[in-house]
Design a protein around this ligand. Structure first.
Ligand code: PHE
Length: 338
């Protein structure tokens, strides 16, 4: 009898139910009127008196074990029922919507404005060789931009550097295609500059290039007039000031009337009414020749702008470092923009 109870106890302990029906079968098998426990108590009358106390206790403890087992397994099933919540896929999400980064918004705006007049987008590597970043662009060997102070070189190899502008992409486009060329190259660029409210060692540019027969400075001005009015509003005025870049001749910088004070004068435009937004010029014939484009047949113009600067003007942001800190309180303010 003792052995029989021992074996039953082992069975009970080893038992597990996969579902509520299996558990009910288990209950019936052991605890119902015709179940195992009732049968054990029926056999009890044949147990010799001196063993009764011990056997009685064993049967009772078997019964308690069975009851406890049933309670535990049942609780398990009830909790599992609670956690399987079928989601209503038609409900709107309550997780917060992300916002596009202001630099992406403005970059997309710029791409869109130029796409409307036939400019394609080209991209290139961020790690460049000297030829594409400097030599093909007519930088003299002793130009200060080639200095370690201004450019990040890779592992002290003077031939490989992080690109300092996306003009390098345009060299690649010129090498690989025939005019007419109309392209803009947005991308990240790197310069060894101290980080401040107005400068960062990583920033973003959009550079543009247009090459065809008979392209003149008039085409350059007209394209950039259109661009400034599209981006900053139709009342925006523009002016060109002579400047210098190794890869363009003549070169200029374009200012727009300050969109914060409307040209009246404020601290953003340093009370001049004008803010500089880009560099531009006619592509130097040396650059065309370096890229196997016949400079006796073709002319072109190029321009380049920093996306951070344009975004700061457009949204009246006064510290460039905000773009890189990813503070949600800053980013959230651009939710409604495209
Ligand atoms: N590459 C110049 C820069 O990074 C911008 C530029 C492009 C100026 C094309 C003139 C023409 O500052």
């Amino acid at each position: 009898m003792k052995e029989k109870i021992g074996n039953l106890l082992k069975d009970v302990k080893a038992f597990n139910a996969n579902n509520i029906e299996q558990l009910e079968d288990f209950r019936i098998k052991y605890l119902s009127k015709k179940g195992v426990i009732t049968a054990l108590f029926a056999d009890f009358k044949d147990v010799p008196p001196e063993q009764r106390k011990e056997i009685g206790q064993l049967i009772n403890s078997l019964k308690t074990t069975i009851q406890e087992k049933i309670v535990t397994l049942k609780e398990g099933f009830e909790n599992a029922d609670k956690t399987i919540v079928k989601p209503d896929l038609t409900l709107p999400s309550d997780s917060p919507l992300g916002a596009r980064h202001p630099l992406s918004i403005v970059r997309n705006n710029i791409i869109d404005i130029f796409a409307r007049i036939g400019f394609t987008v080209s991209e290139g590597p961020e790690i460049e060789d000297d030829f594409h970043n400097f030599s093909a662009l007519n930088f003299p060997m002793d130009h200060p931009a080639r200095d370690m102070q201004d450019t990040f070189f890779i592992e002290k190899d003077p031939d490989i550097a992080l690109r300092t502008h996306t003009s390098s992409v345009q060299v690649r486009v010129m090498e690989n295609s025939e005019p007419p060329i109309r392209t803009i190259s947005p991308g990240r660029v790197f310069r060894n500059e101290a980080i401040s409210a107005r400068a960062h060692c990583i920033f973003h540019q959009v550079e543009g290039l247009y090459i065809d027969t008979d392209v003149s400075f008039v085409d350059l001005k007209q394209t950039l007039y259109y661009f400034a009015k599209e981006l900053f509003g139709k009342d925006t005025k523009t002016r060109f000031r002579p400047s210098y870049f190794p890869f363009t001749e003549p070169s200029a910088e374009m200012d727009i009337s300050c969109n914060i004070c409307g040209g009246k004068g404020c601290n953003i435009c340093k009370y001049t009414g004008w803010v500089e937004i880009l560099g531009c010029g006619m592509v130097d014939p040396n650059v065309l020749n370096s890229c196997n484009i016949d400079s006796s047949k073709y002319t072109g113009f190029a321009f380049g702008m920093g996306i951070e600067r344009i975004t700061m003007l457009k949204y009246q942001i006064n510290d460039l470092r905000l773009f890189f800190e990813n503070d949600v309180r800053f980013l959230e303010q651009f939710k409604s923009s495209i």
